[in-house]
Ligand binder design. Structure first.
Ligand code: ZN
Length: 422
């Protein structure tokens, strides 16, 4: 095999723990608009994206058949990896001449994402990988990213101009990976840079953060408060109105196109507002150690979905819960805390909301309602989320004392949220 798959250093850009990150180096993502010198260049990029989609769908078809066949025979379904998919890709490429004219690495790297998707499925963290449709195209340059004079080199296409208000904040940093995506008909490039990690002075505070739908509760030992997420109900109502209107309008009409643009703009505004809020909240919290609950996506989605053999009940309701959680932007906030705070600790989330922060008694009956907590053992009463934030902080403190505060090793709990970065 000409290009043996190897764990590219750039895989870290997709988020997740960074076990082998060299000390003092971090990854930052910058989004640029991609501009084309002529329409033909844009068409060629679209063709490459089309090849990625083709390869994804072909391989998914193969793997799905293998999976269904194994299930029918009662055998253990094969778990595809980037390596096995890469082998199949080599076969496919051999019999598909037009694929040979496409840049090898970006097209093949599509299968990295597919291998990840299958792995999440087998772990019960996500649904079955799905076929890709036209319109939401994405191509990754996995390695050897070259950027010069504000232009990005795309293999077999050429130099693509990058534009961003404020330019490149890391002009001297080394680009390690680039993902080109078509968003609302425009191509955007997300470039991941390896940058020198900035010094993060620790002010010695330890803050517990309980993230809930629409709000976060914060406790730093002396103060405790609840920070509400921005109220986007009016904008969300507008989104629904546009969506209804879009459904009525004739395909290909100019009015429909106008509605589509307005819908996209409103959705963008909601996302920007949420992001802005996350930046403010994470900045205000990031003076010292921040303690959050470890992600329980697995417990939440997997328990609902059940196993492949015994599918769970109430899957839709759980899915709705998870959607609501994602809507408040936990992932984004966690990612920002991970790079802004000198230290981020993720603690076991079990029973944080039903344990008394004063006496430590854990009882579901103490949780009187969504917002109120009243301990059945000692009578301590508090806002339920503030009580949870105090518990989270305490668990973080226990962890700190357990490993010794003067310990100089890189904190093992620094993490980036996979969902957001993907
Ligand atoms: Zn109590």
């Amino acid at each position: 095999m000409k290009h043996p798959p190897r764990p590219a250093p750039t895989d870290r850009c997709a988020g997740g723990p960074e076990p082998d990150a060299p000390d003092g180096v971090e990854h930052r993502q910058i989004v640029y608009r991609v501009l084309f010198d002529r329409p033909a260049t844009a068409q060629r990029l679209a063709a490459v994206a089309g090849a990625c989609r083709f390869v994804w769908n072909e391989m998914l078809d193969q793997q799905a058949q293998l999976y269904d066949m194994a299930r029918m025979c009662g055998a253990k379904p094969p778990a595809p990896t980037f390596f096995t998919l890469g082998k199949a890709f080599t076969q496919l490429r051999r019999v598909t001449p037009w694929l040979q004219a496409m840049p090898y690495a970006p097209v093949r790297y599509t299968l990295k994402y597919q291998a990840d998707a299958w792995r999440r499925f087998f772990r019960g963290e996500a649904g079955r990988p799905r076929f890709k449709r036209r319109g939401r195209d994405s191509v990754t340059i996995p390695q050897d990213v070259r950027i010069r004079d504000g232009k990005l080199w795309f293999p077999k296409i050429g130099w693509l101009a990058l534009r961003r208000r404020g330019g490149n904040p890391y002009p001297d940093a080394e680009p390690v990976q680039a993902v080109l995506k078509r968003v609302n008909g425009k191509w955007m490039a997300t470039v991941c840079y390896a940058v020198a990690a900035p010094a993060r002075p620790d002010d010695g505070t330890v803050t517990g953060v309980d993230m809930n739908v629409g709000q976060v509760a914060v406790s730093d030992g002396c103060r405790a408060c609840i920070v509400h997420a921005p109220d986007s109900r009016r904008l969300e109502a507008r989104v629904r109105r546009y969506q209804r209107r879009l459904a009525r309008q004739r395909r290909g009409s100019r009015r429909r196109e106008r509605t589509r643009r307005r819908l996209a703009r409103t959705q963008r505004r909601i996302a920007q507002r949420r992001r802005n809020w996350q930046h403010h909240v994470s900045r205000s919290l990031a003076g010292g150690t921040v303690v959050v609950e470890a992600l329980r996506t697995r417990a939440m989605t997997a328990s609902a979905r059940g196993t492949v053999v015994a599918p769970g009940r109430h899957v839709r309701q759980k899915a709705g819960l998870n959607r609501g959680i994602l809507a408040t932007g936990w992932g984004g906030l966690r990612t920002m805390l991970a790079y802004k705070a000198p230290r981020l600790i993720a603690v076991d989330p079990a029973h944080t909301s039903r344990t008394c922060a004063v006496c430590g008694h854990a009882d579901a009956a103490s949780r009187r309602s969504r917002a109120s907590f009243e301990c059945v053992a000692c009578g301590h009463a508090d806002h339920a989320d503030l009580n949870a934030a105090r518990n989270i902080r305490r668990r973080g403190l226990a962890r700190l004392h357990g490993e010794g505060r003067s310990h100089s090793a890189t904190p093992t709990t620094r993490e980036t949220d996979r969902r957001l970065a993907a």
